[in-house]
Design a protein. Structure first.
Length: 78
């Protein structure tokens, strides 16, 4: 079995050749360091979408709470 560096040297001449390398046999890649990244800026459409999602989730929680109170008989009824 040839090593990865030998395979890469052999494949430099082949333009339409793709070699499949298993992730466990591949060379490790450098990971991204997110410690130096600042907060991301949001566009108006992203901000509006997140606020709409928040309002939807709050409304759904209120409806579930109302339904539970209705099942408990807080509002009278039968």
């Amino acid at each position: 079995m040839t090593s990865l560096t030998e395979n890469r040297k052999l494949d430099q001449g082949a333009e339409n050749f793709f070699q499949v390398v298993h992730p466990l046999d591949d060379l490790p890649e450098q990971k991204l360091n997110t410690a130096n990244l600042g907060p991301m800026s949001m566009t108006r459409s992203v901000r509006f979408s997140l606020l709409a999602l928040r309002a939807y989730l709050v409304l759904m929680m209120l409806l579930v709470f109302y339904h539970v109170l209705g099942i408990a008989g807080v509002f009278g009824g039968r």
